[in-house]
Every structure is written in structure tokens, then in C-alpha cells.
Design a binder for this molecule. Structure first.
Ligand code: BTN
Length: 125
């Protein structure tokens, strides 16, 4: 199948929505992330993201990518890495893994500062 197009509106299993904008010439991209959940009770704000997509591999594989979300309502940062897949029916999915680093007051608390997970995004638009 053809390489999938990252540009558009995507939703994950938590109900979070993200909009990825068109790729720049160098494979970098930006967008926005509207998370459905948060680690704190603070009011959720739509937050910017910056990423990079690798060119399609030599083996005809789908490309990998990564992006960073700079949360506008928390001191934390999340990075996502993933790969886009297209099934035989042309349905696109983004299979990702993420790390969420929360701000902690001191080095003593670093042990609990990182969360990890996986997430699958499907195209909404
Ligand atoms: C925070 O609470 O510190 C900021 C919001 C974090 C939301 C996380 S990022 C990984 C997971 N996937 C989502 O869509 N939302 C949560």
C-alpha cells in the first residue's frame, strides 16, 4: 500500500484528538493535541506538538515518526514514537508508544516522574 499521510485529524483509544499539519520540506511537522485525560485536575488546554517523519524505508516499509507535546496546562512533557500502517482496505492506523515526564520538586522524586504506554490512533478526517 501507499505510504500513509500523517496530515489530518486522528483519535486514540482514550478519546484524545490530535491534528497533524502538512509536512515541511525536511519531514518535520507541527500540530495540536487535545487530550481527553490528564494526570492532574487542571483544566485541559489544547497543546502544540512538533515532530519529524522519516522517509519511507528501503524495504517498502511504512515510515516511522516521533513528536513532542508541550502541554499548556501542566509542567509535563510527552513524547510519542510510532509507525503508520495501512490495511488492505486502505484504513490507516498510527501504532505508537509514549513517555510522559512529569515535573517533580527534587531528585528524590525522579523515580516516579516517568509514565509509559502505547496508543493506537485512527483517522477521523
Ligand atoms: C498531564 O496530565 O501531565 C498532561 C496530559 C497528559 C496526557 C497523556 S499523554 C499520554 C496519554 N495519551 C493521551 O492521549 N493522553 C495521555
Amino acid at each position: 500500500p501507499a505510504a500513509c499521510d500523517l496530515q489530518g485529524l486522528w483519535r486514540n483509544e482514550l478519546g484524545s484528538n490530535m491534528t497533524l499539519l502538512a509536512l515541511d520540506m525536511d519531514g518535520t511537522f507541527s500540530g495540536s493535541y487535545h487530550t481527553a485525560v490528564a494526570a492532574t485536575d487542571k483544566q485541559i488546554l489544547v497543546s502544540p506538538l512538533q515532530g519529524a517523519l522519516q522517509p519511507p524505508g528501503t524495504k517498502g516499509q511504512q515510515p516511522t515518526f516521533g513528536f513532542t507535546v508541550q502541554w499548556q496546562f501542566a509542567d509535563s512533557t510527552t513524547v510519542f514514537v510510532g509507525q503508520c500502517f495501512v490495511d488492505r482496505r486502505g484504513k490507516e492506523v498510527l501504532e505508537t508508544a509514549w513517555l510522559l515526564r512529569e515535573g517533580v520538586p527534587s531528585r528524590r522524586d525522579v523515580w516516579k516522574a516517568t509514565r509509559v504506554g502505547t496508543s493506537v490512533f485512527t483517522r477521523v478526517k
